[in-house]
Unconditional design. Structure first.
Length: 216
């Protein structure tokens, strides 16, 4: 028999939002600006964070990354190798970060050492949307290699994020994807008021526009 408990999920989400607000206030009390990067595995979140952090560090901004993954330290290691200070945050089983896990992670950090915290969520285009972490901005990153139907298939994450980024536009032709189709879908979904930011992390194109969109 299959028992559905509709009340439970709502409680979980409510509790998450409460802790997210606490995280937000905690980071603000230390003068920290924070960003949550969501998106599928392979969208280029890690590489994007590394490049944005390089630009910020060049301006004297003190940056730390939180590497969210189910298990392992691959992204954490990439951050550290690039010279970006990082904290590894494994969920164990969950396919998304939640506010409680971020609270725990923040409690291990000296928050007076940073101006900006960049959080890489677990590679997943579905449930991270439901779990705000308490950041200033929520960003969704997709790549041309994922096809041109990302926006049409995943409304929630595009609606729940403040900024959307389309990465790997330099190889759009090779993977037979028209970036303008994705841009049009996004513009339509968001009521014609927002545009997706097209970039190529590899070619270092479009990154300054992203920093400006995030007010960094
Ligand atoms: Mg990654
Ligand atoms: Zn999940």
């Amino acid at each position: 028999m299959h028992i559905v408990q509709p009340g439970m999920e709502i409680d979980v989400l409510k509790e998450n939002n409460k802790v997210a607000h606490e995280n937000y206030r905690l980071m603000k009390s230390h003068g920290i600006k924070s960003i949550d990067f969501m998106g599928s595995i392979g969208a280029g979140k890690t590489a994007l964070i590394i490049k944005l952090a390089e630009k910020l560090r060049a301006k004297g901004v003190r940056v730390c990354a939180i590497a969210g993954d189910v298990t392992g330290a691959d992204d954490y290691t990439r951050f550290e190798k690039s010279g970006l200070e990082a904290v590894n945050c494994n969920t164990g089983h969950e396919c998304h970060l939640d506010a409680n896990l971020i609270r725990k992670t923040l409690s291990t950090m000296d928050l007076d050492k940073y101006d900006v915290i960049l959080i890489e969520n677990v590679g997943n285009l579905v449930c991270p949307a439901d779990f705000p972490l308490g950041t200033d901005y929520r960003v969704v990153v997709v790549s041309t290699t994922e096809g041109d139907d990302m926006v049409r298939k995943h409304h929630d994450i595009f609606i729940h994020s403040d900024v959307a980024i389309l990465n790997k536009v330099d190889i759009a032709d090779a993977v037979d994807v028209d970036p303008d189709v994705i841009a049009r879908d996004y513009n339509k979904l968001t009521g014609g008021i927002k545009n997706i930011y097209k970039c190529s992390v590899k070619k270092e194109q479009g990154l300054d526009e992203i920093l400006a969109a995030l007010k960094l």
